[in-house]
Design a protein around this ligand. Structure first.
Ligand code: COA
Length: 258
């Protein structure tokens, strides 16, 4: 890979977008490489948690690459949005938890990439925003849909209509991020959190993700049906027997991902 690096160690896959001269902005190549990596991770049974971050200390991802904007037609713009949406939906559909480690600017497509992850942790210097309106355009990689779902319509519209940037503290207050760490500790704290995830039942996490995301946009009764189905399916696994047995035997569970 030219720009997106993948490192797998101790069950954690770290995906790093390294295009620092452009603050890790997303161009077609970055999207292709992200897609290739996330497809390849589907076959890595030893990977339990995926972390996405940006290289350097300044930027997570400063958005879609604006240099392409002046020349594209409206039909090309449609395809541009669909392409980014497809890659981000692939990331969101991961059966393993995906964590955004937001080490700086998360603007436009960068904020939308973080939104497509299941969990978000920010460095103290992280800045968030959907500044597309400043360019006379709108968010196109899921921001108008995932942001209101995560933080509510009122707060999302504040960010989407004003284009203003917010710091990590405000992002935490809005529920846009799960926690804040110092820049120096961001990756080690995220790894620590990931270790905590890895001690839990992997298939239980997969079914949890499935139930939560399947319920989005559905009525409560339809969502509850999704939950009951996932609850039924998790009871077909060996791990659920191990989980309960380990509790009764007062020992840590040794899950086998089966
Ligand atoms: N697309 C393409 N290039 C980008 C970019 C983007 N989204 N964001 C930053 N860059 C490039 C800059 O053009 C510059 O390139 P250059 O050195 O070849 O001129 C380089 O990254 C560094 O950015 P710069 O603006 O000089 O850094 P800064 O510290 O002064 O400002 C930001 C940082 C993030 C505030 C500013 O770069 C910015 O506003 N970026 C655009 C954010 C945005 O609107 N994203 C949504 C896109 S839809």
């Amino acid at each position: 890979m030219e720009i997106v690096k993948l490192e797998i160690e101790g069950g954690i896959a770290t995906v790093t977008i390294d295009r620092q001269s452009k603050l890790n902005a997303l161009n077609a190549l970055v999207l292709n490489e992200l897609e290739e990596i996330f497809l390849s991770l589907q076959d890595h049974s030893e990977v339990r948690v995926i972390v996405i971050t940006g290289a350097g200390e300044k930027s997570f991802v400063a958005g879609a690459d604006i240099s392409q904007f002046p020349s594209i037609s409206s039909e090309e713009a449609y395809a541009f949005a669909k392409r980014g949406q497809a890659v981000f939906s692939l990331i969101e559909s991961s059966t393993r938890p995906v964590i955004a480690a937001i080490n700086g600017f998360a603007l436009g497509g960068g904020c939308e990439l973080a939104l497509a992850c299941h969990l978000r942790f920010a460095a103290e210097n992280a800045m968030f925003g959907q500044p597309e309106v400043k360019l006379g355009v709108i968010a196109g990689y899921g921001g108008t849909q995932r942001l209101p779902r995560l933080i509510g319509k009122g707060r999302a519209l504040d960010l989407l209509l004003s284009g203003r940037m917010i710091n990590a503290d405000e992002a935490l207050k809005m529920g846009l991020v799960n926690d804040i760490f110092s820049q120096a500790e961001l990756l080690s704290k995220v790894e620590e959190y990931a270790q905590g995830l890895m001690a839990q039942g992997p298939l239980a996490q997969t079914f949890t993700l499935q139930a939560v995301y399947a319920g989005v946009g559905k009525s409560l009764s339809e969502g509850l049906e999704e939950e009951a189905s996932a609850f039924r399916d998790v009871f077909k696994t060996e791990d659920r027997i191990e989980g309960a047995t380990a509790f009764l035997e007062r020992r840590p569970a040794a899950f086998k991902n089966r």
